[in-house]
Design a protein around this ligand. Structure first.
Ligand code: OXD
Ligand code: MN
Length: 592
């Protein structure tokens, strides 16, 4: 399907290694995809859902040992350990290859190898990049079709260039003890083996668009970030774009697709989604920062998604969507998950494949859907998809937002003093862990820029790259903010209503960017005057409540600074001096 000699040579090498029975190029045609769907249905890899209620939708279950990203088995392999940094698992490039080659040797014997050319970013965009994923999984092909621009167009985008990411995936025998998700950023290469779960095997997403791309951005002068991109359209038609980084499962998809509360809707405000997970950002000809979403779909967490929490996401899943590890309602031939509604189906197969009575089962505290069960939905299904979604130049970024789950420390919102302080704020991000990655849930961990599991190089250098980008952007740099939707009262209840009402906070952010509103200078940054958060139409939240949400406990912040200090200590001399200075200054302001 291509004359590109670099592609052909690499493909020959990989075929010789994994020895597939057959090699099939994925051209992206509907006929080919339909045949693959039929094959997956025939083997039971996928189940077709109710054609009337969920047209074109499929259900898939992964192995019980393979339900989330596996950070412990995810590696950044470089020649020198310092280049992967202290946060990433590291092994020297050739040592890792020596370890993995025997696992790959002949692993596709008797199987078909699918060759998936795909483009991250709009076809024709100078900021898009091409990858080729080799896989023995039809599930991967069908998901990549939704998540990327897959097929012939991607090869056209590549032309005869050697600049493509070489991805090799085999589900092998889905053995946990031999599962590896390995990035070789210095070689534009990803090897993934013994998993068949999305984040580990849809190589365009976390492996390429964040881990490899963050390194490419460092080398080439752009940024690949774990950020949603949304646009707020004012009644006069002006749209301002905001990017936001939150750790996995902190509501990025919900914020990206939020529905304006009545107070704004009635004035004619609208919110548009450009992306829900990843932003690639370049400095444009006018000196501003522009963002594209490299993906073409949403790989969202299903539990908790409902018509109220995220109407637009739910709508996005109503056709041509792949559901993974949700529950199967046998009476309707539809899907169900915790938080969809309050009526678990009776006649149901839970995510592991076991048939149960849903009503009795959930009453006993059982979960029908895995907490990290997912939908893979085409972005074009999204009712609020931005018309700039395919704009090859991306959208200009007015504000960047960091955030996480902090029960007590961080206020509802604050603004950094300037870009360098904003980089400090991002580097100091922390959150309670969730179910998106395996491991303990509910533990506070530091997650700089929400990139801890996704930064493909030394995070000290990554901080330095952020600071450099700020220097290049100068006064055209987006303003940087931090939000926390998750502050709780003494009983552990969330105080802020969240969801669509988060727009009230975004509106304050935009007012600050335009210089329309004053703020209070505190040791950690600029905090709103409580009266400036619009509460019209909110019954349970008063200006007093907001004052509480904006309060800053200096003791807690000094404790937090100790956590940042510990993090920073890991980077040794790879920590930019500027950040050490920012931390010292923040501590001094807090101690005053
Ligand atoms: C995701 C994640 O799947 O961050 O987006 O884990
Ligand atoms: Mn994510």
């Amino acid at each position: 399907m291509t004359e590109n000699k670099h592609v052909k040579q690499w493909l020959d090498e990989m075929v010789e290694l994994v020895k597939p029975a057959k090699v099939v190029w994925i051209d992206g045609s509907e006929a080919q995809l339909a045949a693959l769907r039929d094959e997956a249905l025939a083997t039971g890899e996928m189940e077709a859902l109710n054609e009337e209620k969920l047209p074109g939708c499929l259900l898939h279950r992964t192995a019980e040992n393979d339900v989330a990203r596996v950070e412990g088995r995810t590696y950044i392999c470089t020649k020198n350990k310092e280049d992967a940094g202290p946060i990433n698992n590291w092994m020297e490039t050739s040592a890792m290859k020596a370890k993995l080659l025997p696992l790959y040797d002949g692993v596709m014997q008797g199987r078909t190898m699918y060759v998936i050319p795909y483009c991250m970013g709009p076809i024709g965009s100078p900021f898009s990049k091409v990858g080729i994923e080799l896989t023995d999984s039809i599930y991967v092909v069908l998901n990549m079709d939704i998540m990327t621009r897959m097929g012939k167009d991607a090869l056209t985008q590549l032309g005869d260039s050697n600049d493509f990411v070489r991805g090799l995936h085999s589900k092998a025998n889905v053995e946990e003890e031999n599962r590896y998700i390995v990035q070789f950023p210095e070689e534009n290469t990803i090897w993934s083996i013994n998993s068949a779960y999305g984040g580990n095997v849809l190589l365009g997403k976390k492996c390429f668009a964040l881990r490899i791309a963050s390194y490419q951005g460092f080398k080439e002068g752009w940024m690949a970030e774990h950020m949603l991109i949304l646009g707020i359209e004012a009644p006069n038609g002006e749209v301002n774009y905001i990017t936001a980084a939150f750790p996995s499962a902190c509501g990025k998809t919900n914020l990206a697709m939020l529905i304006p509360p009545e107070v704004y809707a009635k004035q004619g405000y609208k919110v548009w989604t450009v992306g829900d997970d990843i932003a690639w950002m370049h400095i444009g000809d006018d000196g501003r920062l522009y963002a594209i979403n490299p993906e073409a779909g949403f790989f969202g967490v299903a539990p908790g998604t409902n018509a109220k929490s995220n109407f637009n996401a739910l709508e996005s899943t109503k056709k041509n969507t792949i559901f993974t590890n949700v529950a199967h309602d046998l009476d309707q031939n539809t899907v169900w998950w915790e938080g969809l509604d309050k009526n678990p189906p009776e006649n149901v197969v839970e995510w592991t494949g076991k048939k149960v009575n849903g009503k009795e089962y959930t009453a006993e505290g059982g979960k029908l859907a895995h907490p990290n069960s997912r939908f893979t939905a085409p972005a074009i299904n999204c009712p609020c998809l931005s018309k700039e979604f395919n704009n090859p130049n991306g959208v200009p970024v007015t504000a960047m937002v960091f955030g996480g789950r902090r029960a007590k420390t961080a206020p509802l919102v604050y603004q950094s003093f300037d870009w360098a302080h904003g980089v400090f704020v991002g580097s100091a991000m922390a959150s309670e862990t969730t179910a998106a990655a395996t491991g303990a849930v509910g533990v506070v961990r530091r997650d700089p820029m929400a990139m801890r599991p996704f930064c493909g190089y030394n995070m000290g250098d990554y901080f330095g790259h952020w600071l450099e980008m700020g220097k290049k952007l100068g006064d055209k740099a987006p303003r940087i903010f931090n939000v926390n939707w998750f502050r709780t009262d003494d009983e552990g209840h969330f105080i802020w209503p969240g969801f669509g009402d988060n727009m009230r906070v975004l509106m304050w952010i935009l007012s600050r960017c335009k210089g329309e509103v004053d703020a209070v200078e505190t040791p950690i940054g600029y905090v709103p005057n409580a009266e400036d958060i619009n509460l019209e139409g909110l019954d349970d939240v008063t200006t007093e409540t907001v004052r509480g949400l904006l309060s800053i406990d200096k003791e807690l912040w000094l404790e937090d600074a100790a956590g940042v200090e510990e993090l920073y200590a890991m980077f040794g001399d790879r920590l930019p001096e500027e950040l050490a200075k920012q931390l010292a200054e923040q501590k001094a302001r807090l101690a005053k």
